[in-house]
Ligand binder design. Sequence first.
Ligand code: PGA
Length: 254
Amino acid sequence: MTPDIKPLVAGNWKMNGQRDQLDQLALMSKGADAELSQKLDIVVCPPATLLYVATALAEDTGLKVGAQDCHANASGAHTGDVSAEMIADCLAEYCIVGHSERRTDHEESNADILAKTQACWRAGLKAIVCIGETEAEYDAGQAETVLSSQLAGSLPEGATDQNTIVAYEPVWAIGTGKTPSPEDIKAIHEFLRNELIERLHGPGERMKILYGGSVKPSNAAEILMIENVDGALVGGASLKAEDLLSICEVYRKV
Ligand code: PGA
């Protein structure tokens, strides 16, 4: 945690979830009660097909809704793509950009992610910008160099704590059950905080830095209490309301 930063836990459903999964979303919005949502922002990012119905279910509750990706353009001849404006039109408030699965599967570059982040702002969405090193980079001791260049390349000028959230997700920890040690997470988040302050000054001090990669109810308390860890981006464990809420509950008593 960081003093004066309201934490955020975001669930990334990835390419999972059809209408029969909406009962989980309804349970999440029930669990995001007034007391809990005062302690942290709780966001669920279902697939685009469920966005509009998700925001209707979450309306007037403590649950907020986000998308998993957007196109950089507002509209046009881009078959199959979804613009940030369309996401905002579904009444969602957040959008993940630069997830490592997008960087890998769709060969997205830092420049692509920078443009998508600007698109999010244009549409009034808060961008959750993901960065993370691969296992080979980690093993070679290159994590900080890689993260620094991803941050520099993906974060546009004008980034503030109001329009952007950074998510540190070591690629080797995503969906693997492996996590860095608490000492490693602390060191990387401190490094990222310093990078953000150097570049953005005041807003860099206040920008949320999430940790992502195999966060689950059993390790959430330990990870979320680490200095400069301002929440989590949760994949697998966000599909069930019980698991996502139990991660969020870490903040109820602090
Ligand atoms: P995981 O995924 O929690 O299943 O490891 C995290 C993510 O990809 O955001």
